[in-house]
Design a protein around this ligand. Structure first.
Ligand code: FES
Length: 140
């Protein structure tokens, strides 16, 4: 006997038709693998700028100058109320000479004016406050 197909025979309450290759109703979700764009769980490297100050000594007196990007050490010290000795502000008299005790990485490398005025004192950590410039934030 042949079964006759009608619209009602295709409703879910009725037994499904037998097919040669039945398709499963649901597939298991494929687990996602870790991609290159996932965040690293590695600890964050401590910033070098945690000690944002330069410790200097001039004529036996110690001073602490807070980091001030792109300013000279002298300008920053004077703005912060430090009473540093200075005169020409051109890098030629040497009156603003200071010994950097801590935080020298916050300053740019000595330029030719400082090298000419300080000569061998540079190797002992001396700098001219009027010529030493704090590094910009990008270079620390
Ligand atoms: S004030 Fe003269 S060298 Fe700095």
């Amino acid at each position: 006997m042949r079964k006759q197909l009608t619209v009602g025979s295709l409703l879910p309450s009725r037994p499904a038709l037998q097919t040669a290759n039945p398709v499963p109703a649901f597939k298991e979700p494929v687990p996602q693998t870790q991609t290159a764009f996932t965040r690293s769980t590695a600890p964050v490297r401590p910033e070098k700028t945690e000690h944002k100050h330069v410790q200097i000594k001039q004529k036996g007196q110690s001073f602490t100058v807070q980091y001030a990007p792109c300013q000279t050490l002298l300008a920053a010290a004077l703005k912060q109320g430090q009473n540093l000795a200075y005169k020409c502000q051109q890098g030629s008299c040497g009156k603003c000479s200071v010994q950097v005790l801590e935080g020298d990485f916050l300053l740019d490398a000595p330029k030719s004016q400082e090298q000419a005025t300080l000569d061998k004192k540079l190797a002992s950590g001396y700098r001219l406050a009027c010529q030493s410039i704090f590094r910009s934030t990008r270079r620390i």
